[in-house]
Ligand binder design. Structure first.
Ligand SMILES: Cc1cc2nc3c(=O)[nH]c(=O)nc-3n(C[C@H](O)[C@H](O)[C@H](O)COP(=O)(O)O)c2cc1C
Length: 182
């Protein structure tokens, strides 16, 4: 797929078909994350693919509650990907402290977008999930409590949503300027 078309095709999918994702496609998604760039090439992530149905359902339930209902669609997704933030290289830790930059979180975002774009190219839908019960998911997936979870990604075949929805975005003038901040 042409890259510009891929950018329009990738969208947050919140309705999934009851259809498993092929292992070859999962392998390609893992590779897409593995190849992502990162500060000092630290690769400060662990990717956990949650595809065991009961466990996946329990993790999905930890992305919403009675108070926060916007992630109620998540149990429909047959697979959840969890990006755990790992310690970067020492040089990146020092640089991050000196410059007050959270490089690993930036890196996780890039890795997540690699995953989502590759998924779109494979005909799969995704939705990044930044809202979840972190301690509950740490317990379910045996993630040590001191390790932060950067993002979850719901994955599966989209139910409908074809062609892609028009993008709701700021205008170019609002989000970009040349040669100075405006
Ligand atoms: C860091 C991050 C966290 C997000 N968290 C959620 C979430 O918890 N639930 C959800 O439904 N969508 C979530 N989204 C999806 C955004 O709402 C979505 O990307 C945005 O509205 C643009 O729409 P599009 O992805 O369809 O282009 C998240 C996206 C990002 C990048």
């Amino acid at each position: 797929m042409d890259f510009a078309d891929l950018l329009l095709t990738r969208q947050s999918v919140r309705r999934y078909r009851d259809q498993p994702v092929e292992p070859e496609k999962i392998a390609q998604l893992i590779e897409a994350v593995r190849l992502a760039p990162s500060a000092s090439n630290s690769q400060p992530w662990k990717l956990i693919i949650v595809d065991e149905p009961d466990l996946k359902d329990q993790v999905a339930l930890a992305t919403f509650s009675t108070l926060v209902s916007f992630n109620k669609f998540v149990p429909q997704a047959p697979v959840l990907a969890v990006l755990v933030v790992e310690k970067p290289k020492l040089i990146t830790q020092i640089g991050g402290r000196l410059k007050d930059r959270d490089f690993p979180l930036i890196d996780i975002g890039i890795a997540a977008e690699h995953f989502c774009l590759q998924a779109a190219e494979l005909g799969l839908g995704t939705c990044m999930l930044g809202w979840f019960d972190e301690p509950a998911i740490q317990r379910l997936l045996h993630i040590p409590p001191h390790k932060r979870i950067g993002l979850l990604i719901a994955l599966g075949y989209s139910e409908g949503e074809d062609p892609p929805r028009p993008k709701i975005r700021k205008s170019r003038q609002e989000m970009c300027s040349f040669n100075r901040y405006e």
